[in-house]
Design a protein around this ligand. Structure first.
Ligand code: NAD
Ligand code: 44H
Length: 458
């Protein structure tokens, strides 16, 4: 079948890609960026008529996405799967893909290009190479970047480009992290401190926080087949998404920016209440369903949430433990939000795999769950439901052979000789990159975890 390209275009994108010049560099051009920021950026270009915000995508680790997009002139489609028939839309905002393994210097040069005013990122939680709130200076890749090689880590790339630039730059993290903008600023600052020189341009660089939301499962061959059927041409780079899309961005830019608000984003002075509600309501519940669902043998989140008992536990997690810790942003009704989240999880067409959501638990738990645990303990409450989510992760670590986690070796060796629930809990509570001393020392939390693990393993 013919391949999607500028000369084989069954459905034209909303902007003519040839008219766009590059003004944005996106680090981590995975599925999510293509179904989220790239879509909003295209809509903003259409609404504003501005042509300077085409995107250079960067593949950090492999050449796969570049190999999919390059023969397609950067074009790809978003296959939207809601409750009705699927629909497909071709997106034209990605103009170029660079790969770090092939040419790390080209990535720094592109970020340093004066035509570029904004960098966005979706490099997963582990891509930040943090230890607690700071940069992990023991990380061998960070150490190698600090020696002055063309940088291969995200923080190294940003630091090298900032040091070269004279024009102001704005860096927008779009990963599911607490206070993602300030967090990234701290990591880049730690990198400069380790180098022993902080360039003047760092002070002027802005790191707005952002909250991103759209469920985007990994694309399967079945999705590629469906897109081909709908498009009439083959698209190797298709991404799948639910209809829902939300992007709340702190309005703190060093210079020009795309008119993202005209593409559907919300620019605001304070992202924190949006982000906290999303991470604690949606992402924590997602992870709980992933661990409990996988332990019950469910392939997908939709199957897990449709299990009456698990669906009930997900609801109770939000209402009993999460909602009491939140101060919602103006205009957000938490009860309605929680109901919408569960409806979105129930979408059977998405087929978001429990194993995908369950991966990288050691870096997701502190972001999604442990703030709620801490706040509930501080309020003198018994965090029964959120500790169930943590316990489910513990049992998942114990029972999963090929654990997909940046700390898999450490976690698996911690639980290697474990034979009883209390030992499992103590072994994992001792992992200091996940649990802080206040949580390790809480007998309330430990007792709840032992109870839950006992119930889950019997
Ligand atoms: N998929 C979603 O539903 C969704 C929704 C909201 C937010 N996000 C955010 O986007 C991130 C990426 O999701 P995705 O669906 O695009 O995943 P993906 O697997 O399709 O892409 C991940 C990207 O991160 C890069 N990456 C992975 N590990 C890295 C590392 N150690 N160092 C540098 N780069 C690394 C990869 O090269 C790839 O470009 C998530 O981790 C999350 O923070 C995703
Ligand atoms: O993308 P991850 O791996 O950080 O997390 C998995 C999901 O919980 C997450 O991607 C949600 O689908 C998303 O945050 C919804 O906006």
């Amino acid at each position: 079948m013919t391949r999607l390209s500028l000369t084989n275009l069954p459905v034209a994108p909303a902007v003519d890609p040839r008219a766009l010049s590059v003004g944005i560099v996106h680090l981590g051009i995975g599925a999510f960026h293509r179904a989220h920021q790239a879509v909003v950026t295209e809509r903003a270009a259409v609404e504003s008529g501005e042509t300077r915000w085409g995107i250079t995508g960067v593949s950090q680790r492999s050449t796969a996405v570049r190999d999919q997009l390059a023969p397609q002139d950067g074009l790809y489609s978003v296959l939207e799967r809601g409750l009705g028939a699927p629909s497909v839309q071709v997106i034209g905002s990605v103009r170029e893909v660079l790969t770090v393994p092939e040419d790390p210097e080209a990535v720094v040069a592109r970020i340093a290009d004066p035509a570029v005013a904004v960098v966005t990122l979706t490099v997963t939680e582990k891509g930040y190479r943090a230890a607690g709130a700071g940069l992990n200076l023991d990380d061998p890749e960070i150490q190698a970047d600090l020696t002055g090689r063309p940088p291969r880590t995200v923080v190294g790339q940003l630091a090298a480009a900032i040091a070269r630039r004279e024009e102001p730059l704005t860096i927008v993290s779009c990963d599911n992290l607490v206070a993602n903008g300030p967090f990234l600023r701290k990591l880049v600052g730690d990198y400069f401190d380790a180098l022993g020189k902080v360039p003047e341009a760092f002070e002027a660089t802005r790191f707005p926080a952002s909250m991103v939301d759209r469920i985007v499962p990994a694309t399967t061959d079945a999705d590629r087949g469906e897109a081909a059927r709908l498009l009439g041409v083959r698209d190797e780079a298709v991404v799948v998404a639910e209809p829902f899309l939300q992007w709340v961005i702190e309005d703190d830019f060093a210079g020009d920016r795309p008119a993202w608000e005209r593409g559907g984003a919300v620019l605001t002075a304070d992202v924190a209440p949006w982000e906290q509600a999303k991470l604690r309501m949606l992402n924590a519940t997602h992870s709980m369903l992933a661990y409990l669902g996988a332990l019950r043998g469910y392939e997908t989140i939709a199957e897990a949430v449709r299990d009456e008992e698990l669906g009930g536990l997900a609801r109770r997690l939000m209402t009993e433990d999460v909602v009491p810790t939140l101060t919602p942003p103006d205009g957000l009704d938490l009860a309605a939000y929680g109901a919408t989240v569960l409806e979105r999880f129930e979408n059977p067409a998405l087929k978001h795999r429990t194993r995908q959501v369950a991966m990288d638990g050691s870096v997701k738990l502190p972001v999604r769950m442990l703030g709620t645990v801490r706040d509930r303990l501080a309020a003198g409450a018994e965090p029964r439901m959120i500790s169930l989510a943590v316990a489910a992760w513990m049992v998942y670590v114990l029972s999963t052979q090929d654990l997909d986690d940046p700390q898999a070796d450490r976690l698996k060796s911690a639980v290697a000789d474990v034979t009883e629930p209390a030992k499992l809990v103590d072994a994992l509570l001792a992992v200091d990159s996940v649990f802080t001393p206040d949580l390790r020392d809480s007998t309330v939390l430990r007792d709840l975890l032992v109870d839950h693990v006992t119930a889950l393993t019997h």
